[in-house]
Design a protein around this ligand. Sequence first.
Ligand code: XBP
Ligand code: MG
Length: 233
Amino acid sequence: MTFLNRSEKSHAAPLQALIFDVDGTLAETEEAHRLAFNAAFAAAGTGWDWSRETYRRLLLVTGGKERMAAFAAETGAALAPERIAALHADKTARYAALVAGGAVALRPGVAALLEAARARGLRLAVATTTSRPNVEALCAAAFGRPAAALFDALACGDEVARKKPAPDVWLLALERLGLPAETCLAFEDSAPGLASAKAAGLPVVVTSSLFTEGDDFAGADLVLRDLSAFRLP
Ligand code: XBP
Ligand code: MG
């Protein structure tokens, strides 16, 4: 499937960069996040254990710390911010160990698309809600290289005031690329991520993922099951 050739549109700016969400887009990472959350909960004796069904619902709250706070609020178990931060730090360490142990692979078509983009002279960036250590863990496991060797710009969740669906992290990626939104193409897997990228003025390709299959992606410029059939304009 070739993404609609932007030059077919009048006054379409030439494509200069691809910007990727990470979780669910570059790789099916959310199951590893879920296991890491549950392992941290067990170690801390919280009695929490998020099923896939519960986690799918909780993913509407972007950001692991925000997600735990939302779950605590709905169960009436108020958790102090320090306790949430400590739980999240433990979860992040456990997630990195799972990824380093090979728990997560790139989704179909991702490596080939990154390579084709580089061959075309396009720039590459990341705009994700997760934290930089998690991006580094995925890049090390999937590419054997640090994130900065693969991407020209990275914008991560804790660097912005408002997480997705706010546009902040995409705007930060555009700022770091030094490019206007209309010269870039965004790749996402979730409805909050789609809303975030659209709010930043980007055209968006959505590849639904394990926890977002069947969600409403109205407004996306292209919706695919994965990137194996995607071709650059
Ligand atoms: C992913 C998220 C993150 C991950 C967990 O959003 O919302 O919170 O689920 O990672 P996106 P953290 O795919 O839009 O980047 O625990 O580090 O937040
Ligand atoms: Mg995502």
